[in-house]
Design a protein around this ligand. Structure first.
Ligand code: IPM
Ligand code: MG
Length: 362
């Protein structure tokens, strides 16, 4: 049987608990489809710090290099400890480190408002009830996050700090292709987010994307300024299908999309390299306040595993079966605490994982 090697980086907080539920689901997939997964566990974040004094030790990178995909939990510690040695910089070191090390330039962040969960959305009721289903395609290894030079100079009143935003034609083109190809498999619309009325990099961004758009005549294309897009998301999110963004704007708009979708505990993400290699992680954080209580919502982690099947292992059908099982369990009224509502059945992490596993029908 074909063996697929997966690096399991559960990380901190609720990471290990929700990861176990994703592994439960993958066990079902192994049985039902003719695949075998081989898991290589490695430490990352605060969990790695204790042993290696490093949030992303070389041993962990080596494990990942020997795998075909990374399934990532979450990293981060309690707010009140954020300035301790163990936790300072943990997210930047772990996440940006992995993104750079593996060239994970294409970040896919679907945000979908499940009709049964519209009450959890931060949107006004009449807007939420219309629902939405969008995909943020965020460039992840360029832009102002990684641009050089960056730093701090001078002293006293003269002290200043600077970051640099730059984008090359190649960087813009490859992420634009990802967005247009994704749209072809969805509702065939790309909204490219920029700030071409002010920033030179964004004038260039629009110019390059305009040209790529011509290669996809079957996809509706619209450029939009980022400030307008932020507003449109709260007014009429159903107008969006694929939102193509640079690194910084994608960071911001994907959080906004998550908030209007209701629960962070529901949203998966994929960060893809040019090969089939990818890293898959829930959009929510490590939630240390509820870690170890068995109440965390594992759905984002489970759906991240589904994205891994789809993008790294070319198993779109298995991925769909998992998504259907999640919907079915929600429709049957089962909810973890974060998405619970009067009249619904409140269940814990293990139970909802089990229910989803049982509802995978092939
Ligand atoms: C994200 C996070 C990261 C980012 C931080 C934690 C480095 O906000 O994945 O969206 O800004 O990319
Ligand atoms: Mg973010």
């Amino acid at each position: 049987m074909e063996k697929k090697k997966i690096a399991i980086l559960a990380g901190d907080g609720i990471g290990p608990e929700i990861m176990n539920e994703a592994l439960k689901i993958l066990a079902v997939i192994q049985r039902k489809y003719k695949v075998e997964f081989e898991y290589k566990h490695a430490l990352v974040g605060g969990a790695a710090w204790g042993k290696y004094k490093n949030h992303l030790p070389e041993v962990t990178l080596e494990v990942c290099r020997n795998c075909e995909a990374i399934l990532f939990g979450s990293v981060g510690g309690p707010v009140q400890e954020q300035n301790t040695e163990k936790w300072r910089g943990v997210e930047v070191n772990s996440l940006l480190g992995l993104r750079k090390a593996f060239g994970l330039y294409a970040n896919l962040r679907p945000a979908k408002l499940y009709p049964s969960l519209s009450f959890a959305s931060s949107l006004r009721k009449d807007i939420a009830e219309k629902g939405f289903d969008l995909l943020v395609v965020r460039e992840l290894t360029g832009g102002i996050y990684f641009g050089q030079p960056k730093g701090r100079k001078g002293q006293g009143d003269e002290e200043y700090a600077f970051d640099t935003m730059n984008y090359s034609r190649k960087e813009i083109e490859r992420i634009a292709h990802v967005a247009f190809r994704a749209a072809q498999k969805r509702r065939k619309k790309v909204t490219s987010i920029d700030k071409a009325n002010v920033l030179t990099t964004m004038v260039f961004w629009r110019e390059v994307v305009d040209n790529i758009a011509k290669k996809y005549p079957d996809v509706e294309y619209e450029p939009m300024y980022v400030d307008n897009a932020a507003m449109q998301l709260t007014r009429e999110p159903s107008q969006f299908d694929v939102m193509l963004c640079g690194n910084m704007f994608g960071d911001i708009l994907s959080d906004e999309s998550a908030a209007i979708a209701g629960s962070l505990g529901m949203l998966p993400s994929a960060s893809l390299a040019e090969s089939t290699f990818g890293m898959y992680e829930p959009s929510g954080g490590s939630a240390p306040d509820i870690a170890g209580q068995g109440i965390a919502n594992p759905i984002a982690q489970i759906l991240s595993a589904a994205m891994m099947l789809k993008y790294s292992f070319d198993m779109p059908e298995a991925a769909e079966k998992i998504e259907e099982a999640v919907e079915k369990v929600l429709n049957n009224g089962y909810r973890t605490a974060d998405i619970w509502q009067e009249g619904k059945k409140k269940v814990g992490t293990l139970d909802i994982g089990q229910l989803i596993a049982e509802n995978i029908v092939t």
